[in-house]
Design a protein around this ligand. Structure first.
Ligand SMILES: [Zn+2]
Length: 93
């Protein structure tokens, strides 16, 4: 998973530094690649942004609006953390 630019979409992740069912993304922090499960299209960009954040060394945050919150929801504040030119890519309308 440490090949530069590596992104792998899989059907299921049960291990990300520990066993847990229903993991939807995994990435080393820092690192060079991400592992993601295809997810609800409206939230998939947030998932990818979150996992990319891990590769840049970011850890989970406790804020319910942070992209780096440990769970996913449509309340994540992507606009303040993603350049405007990439907001459509990250599911912001
Ligand atoms: Zn995470």
């Amino acid at each position: 998973m440490n090949t530069p630019g590596f992104v792998k979409a899989v059907n299921r992740i049960n291990w990300c530094g520990g066993f847990s069912p229903n993991i939807i993304g995994c990435a080393p922090a820092p690192g060079n690649g991400i592992l993601v499960v295809r997810f609800t299209s409206s939230l998939e960009g947030i998932l990818w942004a979150h996992e990319h954040g891990h590769t840049r060394g970011l850890r989970h945050r406790n804020s319910s609006t942070a992209v780096m919150a440990p769970s996913i929801a449509n309340t994540r504040n992507v606009p303040s953390q993603v350049p405007a030119s990439l907001q459509n890519t990250f599911g912001v309308t």
